[in-house]
Write a protein that binds this ligand. Structure first.
Ligand code: SAM
Length: 240
């Protein structure tokens, strides 16, 4: 069977709920770019998965809309408890279209590790631009394009820790990890750093922050080989 986000949804939800240091780190790195107090704000979480980021944004007081095309992940998100003061409404939708989200209706869009799954970055940014209010902000993370390129791997650690072997950085497009326990066995759209930055500028965004967060102690304890390499790229961009 070929894996999709629906077929791995139960595994992914369990993986996050039992504590994934890397996903917690990604959530926190992304939230560092949002105000602490989001009361009175409407936020779209694009590619919300089982809701790890949507719940955290609601905990800051926002009214959140979580969308994801994987119906099984939306079931998991709806089943999870959201603690206020904000709220989350989950809907099945495609981030390249955002059919269920009205024009000019949200002040913020978050997209944690999901824009690297949309088949068309241009379509997703067009849709995000449509639903954002003037001066609205997109905050997103993707796997750090260079170090997480297709077929990147680790050396064997004969001495010290393993080292990253860079993959096919310039090979943009869909690829699927052959590792049966990897998240990217469900596939992934690889894009270079310049593709992300150029697309944002072409869609009328102004860059406010481009960061490569340092792995936390929790990540290092779980995966010591990741010390010294940023696993994610986090970008905050505002509509001009
Ligand atoms: C690595 S998960 C991240 C989920 C969540 N944001 C998190 O941090 O755990 C990638 C997500 O992208 C979603 N995705 C795939 N194609 C998408 C699309 N066209 N539009 C929006 N989300 C998409 C998947 O269904 C999956 O939930």
């Amino acid at each position: 069977m070929t894996d999709t986000w629906d077929t791995i949804a139960d595994w992914y939800a369990e993986h996050l709920r039992t504590g994934s240091a890397l996903n917690d780190f990604n959530r926190d790195a992304l939230l560092d770019h949002l105000p602490d107090d989001l009361r009175g704000h409407r936020v779209l979480d694009l590619g919300c998965g089982e809701g790890i980021i949507a719940r955290a944004v609601a905990a800051r007081g926002a009214a959140v809309i979580g969308i994801d095309p994987a119906a099984r992940l939306i079931e998991h998100a709806r089943a999870a408890r959201t603690t206020g003061p904000g709220t989350v409404l989950y809907t099945v939708d495609d981030g390249c279209v955002l059919d269920t989200v009205a024009d000019d209706s949200v002040g913020w869009v978050t997209a944690g590790l999901s824009l690297n799954h949309v088949p068309s970055l241009a379509s997703a940014l067009t849709a995000v631009r449509r639903v954002l209010m003037p001066q609205g902000v997109l905050v997103f993370s993707v796997p750090r394009p260079c170090f997480e390129a297709p077929h990147a791997t680790w050396t064997q650690a004969t001495e010290g820790t393993a080292r990253r072997v860079v993959g096919d950085y310039l090979a943009e497009g869909f690829w699927r990890s052959a590792n049966p326990t990897a998240v990217r066995r469900a596939g992934n759209q690889h894009r270079t750093l310049s593709t992300y930055l150029t697309a944002l500028l072409r869609h009328g965004f102004v860059l406010e922050a481009v960061t490569e967060p340092t792995p936390t102690a929790a990540v290092a304890a779980h995966q010591p080989q990741r010390v010294g390499l940023p696993p994610f790229l986090v970008i905050r961009a505002r509509l001009a």
